[in-house]
Write a protein of this length. Structure first.
Length: 166
C-alpha cells in the first residue's frame, strides 16, 4: 500500500520540477546551440554556450567560459562523438589559471553566453553525423576585489546537439 501512496507523490513532485524548469534542483541552466545543423569540412563550427538564471533570486556566476579538457583548468568541457560513438579528443592542452576573475550577477530570467569554435580544437575530419554535449563547472568565488557575494558552485550538463559534416 505504501507504493500506491508513494508513486503519486513522486509523480506530483516530478510534474512540479518539470513545470518549473528546475529538474536538477538548480536555479541555473546550461544549454548549447549551433547556428545551423549542417557544415562543410572547411567551415567553422561555432557553438554558443548559454547560462541562464531560471530561479527567482540573483545568482553570481563565473562567466569566463574557459574551454579545456576536464582535468585541466576550465569552466567548460565538451564531449564530441562521431556517428559510431567514438569520442573525438580535445586536441590542445590549455595553459590557464584554475581561478577565474570573471564573474557577473545574473538576475532572474537573465542569461550570459559565449561562443566557441569546435572545429578549432576537435579533429572532425570525416564527413558524417556528430554529437556534442558540454559540461559547465565552477568551484570558485569571485575575488574579494570584485566585492560580490558567493558564486554559484557545481556542475551542469548541457543538452545534446547533433550536426552533420559534409
Amino acid at each position: 500500500m505504501k507504493r500506491i501512496i508513494l508513486h503519486p507523490l513522486i509523480a506530483v513532485i516530478m510534474v512540479f520540477l518539470i513545470a518549473s524548469g528546475n529538474l536538477n534542483g538548480q536555479d541555473l541552466s546550461f544549454t548549447i546551440k549551433l547556428d545551423k545543423s549542417e557544415y562543410n569540412k572547411e567551415e567553422k563550427v561555432s557553438c554558443t554556450m548559454i547560462l541562464k538564471n531560471t530561479g527567482a533570486k540573483d545568482i553570481v556566476i563565473n562567466n569566463r567560459f574557459l574551454v579545456n579538457r576536464s582535468g585541466g583548468p576550465h569552466e567548460v568541457s565538451f564531449q564530441v562523438t562521431d556517428q559510431n560513438m567514438n569520442v573525438i579528443p580535445f586536441s590542445t592542452k590549455v595553459n590557464a589559471s584554475r581561478e577565474s576573475k570573471e564573474f557577473i550577477i545574473l538576475h532572474p530570467g537573465q542569461s550570459d553566453s559565449a561562443t566557441y569554435n569546435l572545429s578549432k580544437r576537435f579533429q572532425m575530419a570525416e564527413a558524417g553525423v556528430y554529437y556534442v554535449e558540454a559540461y559547465y563547472e565552477n568551484q570558485f568565488d569571485p575575488p574579494a576585489s570584485l566585492n560580490m557575494s558567493s558564486s554559484w558552485k557545481g556542475n551542469l550538463k548541457s543538452n545534446k546537439i547533433i550536426f552533420t559534416l559534409r
